[in-house]
Design a protein around this ligand. Structure first.
Ligand code: 0RQ
Length: 503
């Protein structure tokens, strides 16, 4: 078999994961690869967590600040959070252990738009990066690095880190080489130029990452899978949500507002977006394109069936089964998938230029269209904003999808006032629940409220919402966006006090 490390100098730097982890010191800012459970380092973080635990056992402090692309896996966020090894984490995470520590107030978490991460680090907002730990699929003879199943912020991490640890993961398919497009034309203001991408499948960069070999202090060989979790079977509410959204898109085509093959799709991760993709497979649409962050199972199927012509992303979230299909047909998928850094996959300039159709999950929306994607009861972080804001504000259309109730029907996803706002009323065009779809475009706040109550609210909460809205419309201080301030968040407080939002 061919050695995945084709550069002799870097082959000489191969060490154990334990030895590599020993190069990371307490207090460092460490930037790691990884995006939605793909392409994260598999071995060094685990060894680092072990070392942190043994240092803590001696009564000494050891924590790092941790940056990634997006969410990772138990071997990274999970292990380091359990070891109490993270002082600050940014950006998006979805690990249960990390989430619990954040919500206990013991782990500082900074949740920012995914398109902002690289540039804010370049701007110096997060100080210096001491170490980068980046998974790749191979090292070429010239020392350039072939990325694996996610790109995330890897270009930035390699450019800026003082020292670099590379994991070469042989589990990743060698055929991924050629799938990436790494743009080296980004600059800092005031020297920025337009990004020369006008179609979702344009190639504007290089297929491998550059890295100064003098900075590479260790190379670790690994052979382990990405976090490939299975999707649950598509349930009835998800199927209904998908059907409403697809009917809406068909309607938009009939009205001439969208071309017959739509505009590049962006899809969040999870079961509802997967249901939408499965619905698109049966919808009669052809020649679609995706300009998105994450490719999940449904998108591979659409590519296979020719419904989707090509897809641009920065990472994958595949079930084990879909991962096998991906590996077996990697030559087919390499022709149709382009992986980019997240500063490009989520770039507002490109999302606006291409006119992406954003489709993301939400926790709740208020009657005026303000969307909460991140905080349960306004205070408990679930995951993070991820890339939803990059697409919601800048896309051609922005749809937010959710069942109309949560927690066994005790919570309404349509509330008088959102308990936390990630996407303002100005960034949200369409809301979809299993009850129906609210098209908020061109509507005033009061009209939006009525459409949301009529079309999206669950029947168990509809009268209660109507009552709030009617009284607010009469009694509110201002009548543009009517509210009863002492009552606006009372539904959330009622759930906390009694276990239901029902009055
Ligand atoms: O909690 O797991 O404890 O039961 O939230 O909810 O219905 O399974 O839906 O997995 O699609 O997640 C918004 C969180 C939805 C996701 C969110 C509880 C519910 C359950 C999950 P349990 P579901 P999903 C691309 C774009 C932000 C990032 C983003 C998300 C859990 O879509 O993180 O868009 N989005 N990224 O019970 C209380 C409510 C609730 C609620 C749901 N109203 N009140 N709990 N839940 N609604 C990807 C990236 O950028 C990387």
């Amino acid at each position: 078999t061919v050695d995945r490390i084709a550069n002799a100098r870097l082959r000489d730097r191969v060490v154990s994961a334990e030895a590599a982890a020993a190069l990371i010191q307490p207090g460092e800012t460490v930037a790691m690869s990884g995006f939605t459970g793909s392409g994260y380092p598999k071995a060094v973080p685990v060894e680092l967590a072990r070392r942190i635990e043994s240092v803590h056992a001696q009564g000494l402090p050891f924590q790092i600040s941790l940056m990634t692309g997006a969410s990772t896996a138990p071997e990274l966020d999970g292990a380091l959070a359990k070891a109490d090894g993270i002082a600050m984490r940014m950006p998006f995470q979805s690990d249960p252990d990390a989430r619990n520590r954040i919500n206990e107030g013991k782990l500082d978490y900074i949740d920012i738009h995914l398109s902002h991460v690289a540039q804010h680090v370049w701007f110096g907002f997060y100080g210096e990066i001491d170490t980068a730990v980046v998974e790749v699929s191979a090292i070429r003879e010239d020392g350039s690095l072939v990325p694996s199943t996610s790109l995330g912020n890897n270009k930035t991490w390699l450019d800026l880190a003082k020292k670099v640890i590379i994991e070469v993961n042989e589990w990743q398919p060698a055929g991924v080489d050629g799938m990436h497009d790494i743009y080296y034309g980004t600059a800092l203001p005031p020297h920025r130029k337009p990004i020369p991408l006008v179609n979702a499948n344009d190639r504007i960069g290089e297929t491998a990452l550059r890295c100064d070999p003098d900075k590479i202090v260790a190379v670790v060989r690994t052979n382990g899978p990405d976090r490939n979790s299975p999707f649950s079977p598509i349930d009835a509410p998800s199927e209904q949500i998908a059907a409403h959204l697809i009917e809406f898109l068909q309607h938009e085509v009939k009205r001439g507002r969208l071309p017959a093959n739509l505009l590049p799709l962006q899809s969040g991760v999870g079961n509802i977006p997967n249901a939408v993709l499965a619905g698109l497979a049966k919808s009669g649409f052809r020649d679609l394109a995706a300009f998105t962050e994450v490719i999940q199972d449904g998108m591979l199927d659409l590519l296979r069936d020719g419904v989707l012509s090509y897809a641009s992303c920065t990472g994958f979230a595949l079930s084990p089964q879909a991962n096998e299909t991906f590996k077996e047909n990697i030559d087919f998928y390499r022709e149709r998938i382009i992986m980019r850094t997240q500063e490009i996959s989520n770039h507002p300039e490109l999302v606006r230029r291409l006119g992406c159709i954003g489709m993301n999950g939400m926790i709740e929306v208020d009657i005026y269209g303000n969307v909460n994607s991140t905080h349960v009861m306004g205070t408990r972080i679930m995951n993070g904003i991820g890339g939803s804001g990059d697409f919601a504000r800048n896309g051609f259309l922005s749809a937010f999808l959710s069942p109309s109730t949560a927690k066994n029907g005790t919570i309404s996803a349509i509330v008088p006032m959102a308990s936390h706002v990630d996407h303002t009323e100005h960034d949200v065009s369409v809301i979809v629940t299993e009850q129906g779809l609210a098209d908020l475009r061109g509507l005033t706040p009061r009209k939006r409220a009525q459409v949301l109550i009529d079309n999206c609210a669950h029947p168990d909460f509809r009268a209660q919402l109507q009552d709030y809205f009617d009284r607010a419309s009469r009694e509110s201080y201002g009548k543009h966006t009517p509210h009863l301030l002492p009552e606006a968040l009372s539904w959330h407080q009622r759930w906390l006090d009694t276990g239901t939002m029902k009055a």
